[in-house]
Design a protein around this ligand. Structure first.
Ligand code: ADP
Length: 498
């Protein structure tokens, strides 16, 4: 089975968040289930310098400028098809932001181009490889099924995964023609979103199957509180929507082999954790306090992640004798708040405002607990790293956090299955109580060690979820794939898409 992934990020080539981890790790894990995966990505400068065995397989015109497709391999042997369109991607820095930190004003065109080229790859099979299934990820790939339907009478089935509904991928209505989209699709049953074009909505409406990254988020998305205006579409398409919990790449996130950790450890031989703990305290300018509950955060600093709640609850952690080591970057207001907190609590709060893959590994290896107080969280990866590293997750009860942690309540603790601490309501009081529970458990070495053992035993790799994606592809390829196409109004419309 040949699977074409279409995404704007893929670890290790380019990453701003969990999307990249998922695309990279899932693509690798699917090989064990008989899938031959190719990942289509923009040829950003950072991608260009890392790809191996590059060869041009197709050259064409894309929105009035020359472009080409480059087949290549990543260092970890993923097969990549990179879209080289210098007028769109040959720009420094983040995949999405200009040097001032604002979204590039032509992002809709940059990622419409990715979708258009993906459709072109499927239609023309330039090097003889043809996709049996196309798997799109988030708004950046959302137009792929529209371009496919417009250019092929029997297009392969499309799976669309929602990693985060908060990014609608909007542009003005007058872009419809310039993007080569069918005018008939610009209506509330198509890709229109309140008078604009939404690339995300195109994916939601025109794909054959929708997945999201946890079962709880799949349910939450259908409610006004979480659906960000797309809940109606998702309720209409609920027959084709499923939640499949993300896994993590256990070769990269493994405390026994982690090259960024100061010492290796495992559940049988846990002593190395103390060495990492001391390294974190030294690295983050924290007191070398052996009794403190050392809590880490590795996160984008945005409203979604609830870190303003942590700022409010910080005095509780300090009163409990705890320490915070935070690694993150994002909203300038939150960055300033944490910088101020580090100054207010020297030796107790250490903050690094940057993106640092190596330091993220050290924090996971050395902290006692990892905090994820998100207001909403489609899946979340850092709590899964926490389980693998025996770094106890303290999480808000939402989305994938609720699906991946077993709260240390009395019943779960008695049964020996608790793996973390979960709190609600998601506010400073709720978080303060959770920190109090964590500190009490940490103060009792037997209880803490039970938690750590149960956490490290939990399966967090990709095999189970990759099997579910492979089964989904199989089902689509082998059967009539459109149980609820009435809601999607998938029409075959001709546009000059390639
Ligand atoms: P999201 O995709 O919403 O940002 P996830 O928890 O799904 O959240 O994934 C975040 C990924 O990005 C994780 O791999 C996490 O380790 C990584 N990450 C986030 N911020 C940083 C940072 N400042 N430095 C290093 N890694 C980070």
């Amino acid at each position: 089975m040949n699977v074409l992934m279409v995404a704007s990020e893929c670890f290790p080539l380019v990453k701003t968040g969990g999307l990249a981890d998922v695309v990279g790790a899932l693509s690798g894990a699917l090989q064990a289930f008989g899938c031959h995966v190719r990942v289509m990505l923009p040829y950003y400068p950072a991608v260009a310098t890392q790809l191996r065995e590059q060869r041009v397989i197709s050259a064409f015109d894309l929105f009035g400028a020359p472009a080409s497709m480059i087949a290549a391999r990543s260092e970890n042997k993923l097969e990549i098809v990179a879209l080289d369109a210098p007028h769109l991607y040959d720009r420094p820095g983040s995949p999405y932001l200009d040097p001032e930190g604002r979204d590039w004003s032509d992002n809709h065109r940059r990622f419409a181009a990715l979708a258009r080229a993906a459709a072109r790859l499927v239609v023309t099979s330039p090097d003889g490889w043809s996709a049996d299934v196309v798997h799109c990820h988030d708004w950046q790939s959302g137009l792929t099924p529209v371009y496919l339907a417009a250019t092929m009478t029997a297009a392969p089935p499309v799976v669309f995964t929602i990693h985060n509904i908060a990014f609608p991928g909007l542009c003005a209505a007058d872009e419809v023609e310039g993007l080569g989209l069918p005018a008939s699709g610009f209506n509330p049953g198509g890709f229109e979103y309140y008078g604009k074009v939404s690339l995300l909505k195109a994916g939601l409406v025109y794909s054959d199957r929708l997945t999201t990254v946890s079962p709880t988020y799949a349910t939450e998305l259908q409610t006004p509180a979480f659906g960000m205006g797309f809940d109606g579409v998702l309720r209409a398409r609920r027959a084709v929507l499923i939640g499949i919990l993300n896994g993590i790449d256990e070769t990269i996130w493994n405390p026994e082999t982690d090259l960024f950790a100061a010492a290796a450890y495992s559940k049988r031989s846990f002593a190395g954790k103390r060495v990492n703990r001391a390294a974190v305290q030294q690295n983050m300018a924290l007191d070398p306090d052996e009794a403190a509950l050392l809590v880490c955060v590795v996160s984008r600093l945005t409203n979604q992640k609830g870190l303003d709640i942590l700022v409010e609850a910080l005095p509780v952690l300090i009163r409990l004798g705890g320490q915070l080591a935070l690694l993150g970057t994002g909203d300038s207001e939150l960055e300033a708040m944490f910088t101020a907190a580090a100054a207010a609590y020297p030796g107790r709060v250490g903050v690094r405002i940057t993106y640092d893959e190596a330091l993220s590994h050290l924090l996971l290896a050395g902290a006692d607990a990892i905090l994820v107080p998100s207001r909403f969280e489609p899946c979340g990866l850092t709590q899964l790293y926490g389980l693998r590293y025996g770094t106890i997750p303290i999480v808000a009860r939402t989305g994938g956090l609720a699906d991946s942690i077993i709260d240390a309540n009395t019943a779960a603790t008695t049964a020996g299955v608790a793996t973390g601490i979960m709190f609600d309501p998601i506010d400073a009081e709720g978080l303060g109580r959770a920190l109090g529970r964590a500190a009490a458990l940490f103060g009792d070495p037997t209880s803490w060690s039970d938690l750590v053992h149960a956490a490290m035993k939990q399966q967090v790799g990709w095999s189970r979820s990759a099997a579910r994606y492979a089964a989904l592809y199989q089902e689509l390829v082998g059967s009539d794939r459109r149980p609820s196409s009435s809601s999607s109004e998938r029409g075959k419309r001709h546009v000059d898409a390639t």
